[in-house]
Write a protein that binds this ligand. Structure first.
Ligand SMILES: [Zn+2]
Length: 472
C-alpha cells in the first residue's frame, strides 16, 4: 500500500481500478469447486413464474394467510439470487419445452423440442447425467408426468406432443420417483381411462421394476419403499383452488414423499425436480385467484424442501421458473368509464386481494361447467356462488356468449374474458394469454449456490447443474 501512495495520482488510480477489476472478475467467475459440490440437488420449479408472480405470492401470503413466503423471504433474501434470460433458439419468447431443455441440457432448442438441438442431436439431460453419476432421480409435477418440463429434464424427443413416446422414454429411463398426472398414457386403451394404442401397461412395468404404484393420497401415505410411481389423475392434476385434499396430494405432500423415497439407500445422493404447473396454466387463463392459491401450494413445498436442506446441508436447493406467463400486471383501474379523474380510480390494495380470496373456483373449472355452448343460465349461478361481489359487464358477456375474444393475443376463451372481469374490479390485469420475455428469478441455497449469482442465460443454469453432478 505504501508503494501505491507514492505513485502519481493518475497512475495510482489506474492501479486501483486494475486491482478492483481483477478482484471482481475473480469473484464473478466462481468455479464449481469454489462454490462446493452438493450431494443432493432439489429444484423447485414454478412454471410461468417470474418476479411479478413471486411478489404477488409474497404479498398475498403475508396479508391473507399471515404466513411468510419462503421463496422470497428465505430463498431470495438469504440465498444466492440470480436472473435468467429465457430466449429459445429462434424467436424472442420461449415455450416451456425450450426453456426446460436449456435449463436441463445447457443448450438452446426450438420451441416444442424436448432436449434435442436444431441439428437433430439429443443433448444429455440433467436426469440422464445424474443417473450416470450414480445418483437417484425423481420428477414430480402437478401436470402430466410427461409434460414439457419434466420431459425435457429427463429425456429427448422431437416434440413435446408425443405423449405415448414420452412415457416410453420415461419408462426406459426409470426414474426412482415419478409423480403427477397423466395416468391415461400408462394404461392400454382396453382399460377404463387408458389411451395407449399398443396395449402396453406401463404401470405394471414400473411395479415389476420395484416401484410402489399409487393412485391417490391414501396410497401415497401408505407407500414405504424407495421407488415410487404416483399417478393421481388421468390428465393434469387439479388446480389447488379446486383440489379435493382427500383425493389428490398437494405439491408439498408430493415433495415430502419424494424426499422420503429418494433419501433412502442413496450413497451418491439424488436429483429431484418438483414442478407446479398450475402457476403457468393460471397465467394462460388470466386467473389471479387460482394463481394465488397455486403459488401458496408451491411455497408450501419450498418450506418442505428448506426443512430437508437444513437437516441435510450437503443439499443444493434451487427455486426458479422457466418464463413468465400472462404479462401479469397488478395496477390500478377506473371504477367505470364515466370519468378519467383520480377520484374515480382505485389501485390493487388489501380489499382487492380479499376479493381474490373469496373466489372459490378456477376459470378452467368454470369453463368445463359452461361446455362448448355457454349460456347465461349456467354461468350466472356459478358466478354468484364462486365469484362473489364480481360483476360481469355486458361487453364481456356478449363476447363470451358469442365465443369471441377481446384482443388477438388473448386466445383462452372464455377464461380470459372472466379474467378481465376480475381485473376490472381488482386491478389485477394481464397483458396476454401467452408467455412473455421477462427474465426469471433463481434463488439457491447450499453447496454450489454461488454459481447462480447475477444475470445469466438459462443455458448457463443447465451448464452449472451438469458441472455440479459431475458430467461436464
Ligand atoms: Zn405455458
Amino acid at each position: 500500500m505504501g508503494d501505491l501512495i507514492r505513485q502519481p495520482a493518475r497512475r495510482r488510480f489506474v492501479l486501483v481500478v486494475a486491482a478492483l477489476l481483477v478482484f471482481t472478475g475473480l469473484a464473478d467467475r466462481v468455479t464449481a469447486a469454489d462454490a462446493g459440490i452438493p450431494k443432493n440437488i432439489i429444484i423447485l420449479f414454478a412454471d410461468g413464474a417470474a418476479p411479478v408472480q413471486w411478489d404477488f405470492g409474497r404479498r398475498s401470503s403475508e396479508l391473507l394467510r399471515k404466513q411468510s413466503f419462503a421463496t422470497t423471504d428465505v430463498m431470495f433474501r438469504e440465498g444466492t439470487l440470480g436472473l435468467l434470460s429465457t430466449q429459445p433458439h429462434g424467436p424472442y419468447v420461449t415455450d416451456s419445452a425450450a426453456a426446460a431443455s436449456a435449463m436441463s441440457t445447457g443448450y438452446k432448442v426450438v420451441n416444442g423440442a424436448v432436449s434435442i438441438t436444431p441439428d437433430g442431436k439429443p443433448q444429455k439431460t440433467l436426469m440422464q447425467a445424474a443417473k450416470a453419476a450414480g445418483k437417484r432421480i425423481g420428477l414430480v409435477t402437478t401436470a402430466t408426468v410427461y409434460d414439457a418440463t419434466p420431459a425435457a429434464f429427463a429425456v429427448n424427443a422431437r416434440s413435446r406432443r408425443d405423449s405415448q413416446v414420452l412415457v416410453d422414454l420415461l419408462a426406459d429411463l426409470q426414474p426412482d420417483v415419478l409423480m403427477g398426472g397423466g395416468a391415461e398414457y400408462f394404461l392400454p386403451a382396453s382399460v377404463a381411462g387408458g389411451k395407449r394404442k399398443d396395449g402396453r401397461d406401463v404401470m405394471a412395468a414400473f411395479r415389476a421394476a420395484g416401484h410402489d404404484v399409487v393412485r391417490d393420497i391414501d396410497g401415497l401415505k401408505a407407500a414405504k419403499g424407495n421407488r415410487l410411481l404416483g399417478l393421481f389423475a388421468l390428465e393434469d392434476m387439479d388446480f389447488e383452488i379446486d383440489r379435493d385434499p382427500k383425493q389428490q396430494p398437494s405439491t408439498a405432500e408430493m415433495a415430502a414423499a419424494a424426499l422420503r423415497a429418494l433419501s433412502k439407500d442413496s450413497p451418491e445422493g439424488f436429483v429431484l425436480l418438483v414442478e407446479n404447473e398450475n402457476t403457468d396454466t393460471a397465467g394462460h387463463a388470466n386467473d389471479a385467484p387460482a394463481l394465488m392459491r397455486a403459488l401458496w401450494a408451491f411455497d408450501d413445498a419450498v418450506k418442505v424442501a428448506l426443512e430437508f436442506q437444513r437437516r441435510n446441508p450437503n443439499t443444493l436447493l434451487i427455486v426458479t421458473g422457466d418464463h413468465e406467463t400472462g404479462g401479469f400486471s397488478p395496477t390500478y383501474a377506473q371504477k367505470d368509464l364515466s370519468s378519467l379523474s383520480g377520484s374515480n380510480r382505485f389501485t390493487a390494495d388489501d380489499e382487492q386481494f380479499r376479493m381474490l380470496e373469496r373466489v372459490s373456483m378456477s376459470l378452467g373449472r368454470l369453463r368445463e361447467h359452461l361446455g362448448k355452448k355457454p349460456d347465461s343460465e349456467v354461468l350466472d349461478p356459478l358466478l354468484a356462488k364462486h365469484f362473489p361481489g364480481l360483476r360481469f359487464d355486458d361487453d364481456l358477456r356478449a363476447l363470451l356468449l358469442g365465443g369471441k375474444t377481446v384482443e388477438r393475443n388473448f386466445t383462452y376463451v372464455p377464461q380470459n374474458l372472466l379474467g378481465r372481469m376480475i381485473a376490472r374490479q381488482t386491478g389485477f390485469y394481464w397483458g396476454t394469454s401467452g408467455h412473455t420475455s421477462e427474465p426469471v428469478a433463481v434463488g439457491a441455497i447450499g453447496p454450489g449456490a454461488r454459481l447462480f449469482h447475477g444475470f445469466q442465460d438459462n443455458t448457463d443454469f443447465g451448464r452449472h447443474l451438469h458441472r455440479l453432478v459431475g458430467s461436464k
